[in-house]
Design a protein around this ligand. Structure first.
Ligand code: G4P
Length: 190
């Protein structure tokens, strides 16, 4: 999506360790008009697919997920990062390894909010190694629901998570796929 790529070029800052700072419009201060356009785009791509729920993971996926849910007129559900390893019977859970933070955590959703009738669109702000989306997908599978696909704002293509998920059979649509980036610039996949 050209408008979004232009914004990344204009305001994104590349930090050491392959980190892209987009705090000014995506995941600290939030440009809700811009995110609304991304949500429109996801709606266009998936509107014929009978989506019944938008699923994301706390924290910064929630904004795009909310706006997307509004377009589809379905609920938004966000997986929580479990604070305790003592999980109740009432939740579906999945492990997620974060390469960025170099630690594993567990994500959970209440079983009441995901059922085998659901057709789920997974949404997140960033897709890097793909572990978050894979964890969300596992929650959907545990509920016997269908993961119709994923919608992502920024995919860091060079980290391989998006292509791994596509190879595993998940439809993944990203509004901008970064092929490479360094202090001199950002290159997008066409
Ligand atoms: P993965 O989920 O695709 O495997 O990626 P990874 O574990 O490496 O990413 C973990 C966290 O880092 C996620 O947020 C993700 O959104 C974020 N992230 C990954 N790469 C970048 C980047 O280049 N820039 C920025 N700004 N964020 C990035 P999180 O830790 O779960 O935190 P939250 O902010 O959603 O609460």
């Amino acid at each position: 999506m050209q408008l979004f790529k232009d914004k990344i070029i204009e305001l994104g800052k590349v930090y050491p360790g392959n980190v892209l700072k987009v705090d000014s419009f995506l995941n600290h201060q939030v440009d809700v008009i811009l995110l609304g356009y991304l949500a429109d785009e996801l709606h266009k791509m998936y509107k014929e697919m009978g989506i019944t729920k938008i699923l994301t993971i706390e924290t910064s996926g929630i904004m795009l997920a909310c706006l997307t849910a509004q377009k589809f007129e379905v609920p938004m559900l966000f997986a929580k990062k479990a604070r305790t390893s003592n999980l109740s019977e009432e939740v579906y859970s999945a492990p997620v390894f974060s390469y960025t933070h170099n630690r594993e955590y567990t994500i959970i959703v209440d079983k009441n909010y995901l059922s085998k009738e659901d057709r789920v669109l997974l949404v997140d702000d960033f897709l890097a190694n793909g572990c978050s989306l894979r964890g969300l997908w596992e929650l959907v599978q545990k509920a016997g629901a269908v993961a119709v696909g994923a919608g992502v704002a920024i995919e860091k293509g060079f980290q391989g998570g998006g292509d791994m998920l596509r190879d595993m059979g998940l439809r993944v649509e990203s509004m901008a796929i970064i092929e490479s980036m360094d202090k001199d610039g950002i290159l997008f996949r066409n």
